[in-house]
Design a protein around this ligand. Sequence first.
Ligand code: NAD
Length: 377
Amino acid sequence: MSDIFGFADELGPTKVIHVYEPSVQLRGILVIDNVAAGPSIGGVRMAPDVSVEECFRLARAMTMKNAAAELAHGGGKAVLVGDPKMPRDDKERLLRTMASSLRNVEDYIFAPDMGTDEDCMAWVRDEIGRVVGLPRVLGGIPLDEIGATGWGLAHSAEVAAEFVGLELDGARIAVQGFGAVGKHAARFLKQKGAVLIGASDSRGTVHNPKGLDVDALWELKLEGCSVVDYTDGTRGDTDAIIDLDCEIWIPAARPDVINENNVDRLRTRLVMQGANIPATLEAESILHERGVLCVPDFIANAGGVICAAMEYQRAGESAVFPVIEDKIRRNTRSVLERAQRNNAPPREVAIELATERVHRAMDYRRYAVFSGAPGFV
Ligand code: NAD
């Protein structure tokens, strides 16, 4: 907390709010990073060990993601200290108190993230109205159910494949984390001819070089089983997914799963980042030097937030797929073309591109004019 100013740079954060209400054991932080493009959208993360630093990083990541997707929204994030599996009544009390404490902070729009879901967003809406990720019955678009992020990821992969001379038809894919993002990515890539040869979840990995049945794996997960309960394949531990020989490797689980200690084990041509920050910067740079193309998280996995922004504008469910497809294909191509021209890692180029967009939006604001035009400060 004492180091708040250590995080500030020319983009933000514009507001940092400590939300504290001891009577209901509420402790939370809201970081609104940059609102030049519009009110910030970013999820509320609930976990026992959330930190202010994490909140700063996640809020900045949302600024980058929203700018890259050319949404009329800046980036923000809220964290809430607590066990997401606490009794429902307690959780409802916390979310309602958090929402009403932030009633007047109009440049933050609540959204779901790890530990919060559409029920939580429904409570927020009942309190203050400024929220996305609502249940369908309240006009929400259930982005995990329809596979918004997986849809965008599959389109990003199709564009990226051209840059490594890869045909999707017959391409072997491995998915780490067969959850909301991973299973939909596998489903949409299968429709483009790719073959899922490996999948993992928190209990282990299943592998079959001839292909796994995506629908059967999906059914298993719906029944509350693990991918390792799939019988037509070889089982391994959770880590085994890293060693599978494939053309496209999709991390869709946890941060930093690819790092300096295991990056040499990856045998793939394309890494499509479904999870947020799934690889360390060092690992990404090693992959770049080896000629493995990594499409950065905030370019490849923006389908969810694009869907959320459209829900906020009251778009219908069927309208979101073409918009996600168009934005993500265009962005993937711009980033990869520039990366190829400059022989630079795609993440470096993606940050440059998103930052340029934030600066252009900031130039329209009255205060703190960025690009040198006369301002008031
Ligand atoms: P999810 O909970 O639906 O799925 C995560 C899956 O990963 C689960 O099957 C879980 O068992 C598995 N898993 C957990 N630890 C693992 C490990 N060590 N090894 C292998 N598998 C493991 O979550 P999700 O919504 O699919 O999100 C996955 C990632 O994508 C997260 O990093 C999330 O922040 C990011 N993301 C999600 C969305 C979205 O639309 N849901 C959008 C952008 C980014």
